[in-house]
Design a protein around this ligand. Sequence first.
Ligand SMILES: [Zn+2]
Length: 328
Amino acid sequence: MNRNEIQLMEKGELHVHLNGLVSTDVIRSLLVRDRTDLPSGFDLERDLNISLPADSLASYLKPWQVLRLIPKSKSCLGLIVESAFLNLKSQNIKFVEIRNSVIYLALLNNISVDEALYWIVSEIEDASERHKINAGLILTVSRGDYAPEHLRSLLGAYEKLGRPSTVVGLDFAGNEEISSPTETGSLFLHAKDKYELKVTIHAGETGRIENIISAVNEFGADRIGHGTAASKSVEVMELLKDRGICIEVCPISNRLTNAVNGSELHPVIDFIDNNVPFVICSDNPSIHSSSLTEDYLEFYRVTNSSQHLRDMYSNQKKYCFIKGLYGN
Ligand SMILES: [Zn+2]
């Protein structure tokens, strides 16, 4: 299969962060327009993109030093969301679940979390309508001491806004080496039960198999983000297969973060061999100067399987959190 054929295929996108999807040209122009103070030594031409495997997680995360400084108004958020949807459209993506942490949006703009959630839900709904791309929002909670507090405040805002149907799930992300209060998992489970929100957890990206096990058993994960460590344990592969938990495989991101290093074969080969469900996603395509098509191509380069790519759209529908796409 060639790039052109893949680009034309209908696709779903189940793991993409809003700030990593907006074109870096748009980010650059917003930072310049708003005369935003940049961190010392940050070069807007050089440091907004990661095109080679990073030598540390800190260097991979460098673009976020400025990504967290925008948007500074609702109209600016509108420009960001518009750019994100134009990029989705260019990949023939028919439905998307966009992730955002919302809390930082409230802090940056000195508004309540309720207001911040309203901003993002309304901008996504408008862009979804304009571009005819079905869209859901996944609320990301960061690992660490504040995780329970942030989750409570996000759920409070969700409740106050009348449980908007655009919000489809919860995500747990961030440094897997740090621990979070033990109540965090039960809060995710409770939210799942009370609001029927689905759960995806970034886990096993930096080798910690135990984070995948706790994502499933303590957080009620319906999907796992990355999960590259899963292939190291037969038991974990069995667990994912038996429970029908889908891994969001992000081939290019995994190379750039060194979740899979240059000399290793991508573990998606083991997922295929062991019948563990997976979908191909792009994570932060604009930061990677890339696109979902490039992730499909990288998958194809590793597996040589066009059949999996042909089945991908129906698998993306099967495992998506947006209701009604797969009779769910
Ligand atoms: Zn991610």
